[in-house]
Design a protein around this ligand. Structure first.
Ligand SMILES: N[C@@H](CCC(=O)N[C@@H](CS)C(=O)NCC(=O)O)C(=O)O
Length: 209
């Protein structure tokens, strides 16, 4: 059974959603990042950047155990293992990679900074960072809204892809980064449709902490 080393955060939830959607059995190993468990040597051995999530699959590609860190790499690994949620045709595949990389590079790091600056107590220290990252986060929601206008999913037509799971992990925290989905109607329609999927919902409800 796959071990999922994780915590109840957007990057962690991407993987529990993907595992549930793929119907892969998994066992959660919690890494309490509020208690610095991400710096434990045993965790660093599978996640050298000391961040969740990471997985250990006892049945890797060569039949031997493999560990994978970085949520984008984990999603690609799981999609290739199961043959699900990543098209085989090169055009469909590259579209999924484009939106997965878009999430990893922006729609995660930017709202993550909003979360950080919201916690800064000194208003002078807070102002510039909060303004900068809130503006960039809203810009990214606008990009996503235009992309989803007239499309069911971000990169595929018939069913979601790993790019939807990745983006959803962060959209799940829209209230925390103070984005009202009413301002982004296509994102809201997609978000509600994704959250209505039983496996996706289970991925967000599974006990991770
Ligand atoms: N690019 C990484 C980011 C992972 C990440 O930032 N994880 C956060 C929780 S969402 C974490 O482990 N933080 C612990 C720390 O900052 O020490 C991925 O997508 O896997």
């Amino acid at each position: 059974m796959i071990e999922l080393h994780t915590w109840d955060t957007p990057n962690g939830r991407k993987i529990s959603v993907a595992l549930e959607e793929m119907g892969l059995p998994y066992r959660v190993k919690t890494v309490n990042i509020t208690k610095n468990e991400q710096f434990a040597p045993a965790f660093l051995a599978i996640s050298p950047n000391n961040r969740i999530p990471a997985i250990v699959d006892p049945d890797g590609p060569d039949g031997k155990p493999i560990s994978v860190f970085e949520s984008g790499a984990i999603l690609i690994y799981l999609a290739e293992k199961t043959g699900r949620f990543l098209p085989r045709d090169p055009r469909g595949r590259i579209a999924v990679f484009e939106w997965l990389m878009w999430q990893m590079g922006g729609f995660g790091p930017m709202p993550g900074q909003v979360h950080h600056f919201l916690g800064v107590q000194d208003p002078t220290d807070q102002r510039y960072g909060l303004e900068r990252y809130s503006k960039e986060t809203r810009r990214l929601y606008g990009v996503l809204d235009r992309r989803l206008d007239g499309r069911p999913f971000v990169a595929t037509a018939e069913e979601p892809s790993i790019a939807d799971f990745a983006i959803l992990g962060w959209a799940w925290r829209h209230q925390r980064h103070r984005v009202d989905l009413a301002d982004f109607p296509a994102v809201r329609r997609w978000y509600e449709a994704m959250m209505a999927r039983p496996a996706t919902r289970q991925g967000f409800e599974a006990a991770l902490a």
